[in-house]
Design a binder for this molecule. Sequence first.
Ligand SMILES: *Cc1c(COP(=O)(O)O)cnc(C)c1O
Length: 483
Amino acid sequence: MSDQSRGDDWASLSLSEDEMRRLGYAVVDLIIAYHRSLGSQPLVNAPDCSAHSVDIQSSSPFPEVGQAPMQVLTKVKEAVLADMIHVSDPRFFGYIPSPGNFVGAMADALASGFNVFAGTASHCRGPTQVETACCRWLASLAGLPDTAGGTFVSGGSVANLTAVVLARHRILGDSIADARAYCSDQTHSSLDRAFRILGFGNNQLVRIPSDTDFRADPEALWSRLRTDRAAGLRPFLVIGNLGTTSTGAADPLGALAEIAVTENIWLHVDAAYGGGALLNPHKRAEFADVGRAHSVTMDQHKWFFQPIECASLLVRDMSWLHEFFHATPSYLKDSAAAEEGINYRDHGIQLTRGFRALKLWMSLQTFGVQAFAAAVEHGLRMAEEAESLLRARPGWSIISPATLGIVSFRFEMVGLGELALDRLNESINRALVSEGKAFTTTTELRGRKVLRLCTINPRMELRHIRQTIGRLDAIARQLTNPH
Ligand SMILES: *Cc1c(COP(=O)(O)O)cnc(C)c1O
């Protein structure tokens, strides 16, 4: 650190303009080089990273006296950022990938560099308008009415939690005794966690077995609900999925909406994953019933291609969020008047909150909606390509065909029992991942271990899929016939 920037003021946490520029440009160069390396660098950690992590976790991890920022950046590059999985890589097929885009990353830098407090409309008009524009656009994609709005949150987990809070408040009057909510057995674990956080017992979220296509079975769900009601329990919420994490399945949302209307309960749609599919006009028509929900979760850090921590909870009436979350203690009265727009600090859990909407807004402005729609279309097609490549190879069974960008499959062999097949497919997955040239994860469907590919990364090319399926096939044959 230069004498000039530090002067006598040892406490000043600042750099000279030159140093800021050097650090800032170096960070940008690093990000650009990283983006260029996607698709070719090893997906598993370099073996020498473990030496560095010893250093990071040592008993005196921070120096008393500072060092040159470039020196710190080098350490970050070599010891920290080199020791992680690369979820934007086109060969990352695991879980639900988060294929971020560069403009979104720069938006994060701006939100952080300007240290935007996106909580109060009167003190933060521009960012408030951006967030409102994004929420309105997402709500209209979902087909929600003009009264709808939403709020940006860290992820689908917090969005789902917030939705259950609203349903509990508006349907149950906040008293949870004997309350019951209903969903399919394919519903994401973040909802179990939301129920646990809110103090519900683990029998209060009722998971009903899904049908052969892993979709919610409305008849079974309704009949359970009626039985529960007759027994004096209090049904308050039905949860539908638009894109389950394991198979991409979409529940029959129209039938679920009928149940919600007839039973006078809340309909929440978890579109954390599948929400991006609404960019496709055919899918938007197919899933028009999303618009009948009371609340919808959408992760922008999945199929809207934003860097991690970008998601939204949309509600059919924006006043519901305010009614539950508003709080105006004495120290916040100066900025309480909302005539300038929405005070987002009064529409969710966070008071001090960052400007997450900027990444979506800037990348939509830059690339245009059509580019996003084309990227989603590409992801849908890639999963279909993967399915036909797998069908063409003997030994591979499709367990769930290409659905919203996910295909699930398994290597099967006559003479092997279910348990042995589970172990075999797990071993195939482990062997593939250890090669560092593709990353896949397994899931369980009807109690059986299966492999899956989630193909939503727009950087993904057919060759990435061909190579990965080729390797899976070679590994499977090697493991089952080692000679
Ligand atoms: C990813 C996912 C979630 C959780 O979202 P996070 O952003 O990881 O918190 C919830 N539901 C579904 C269907 C998901 O795919």
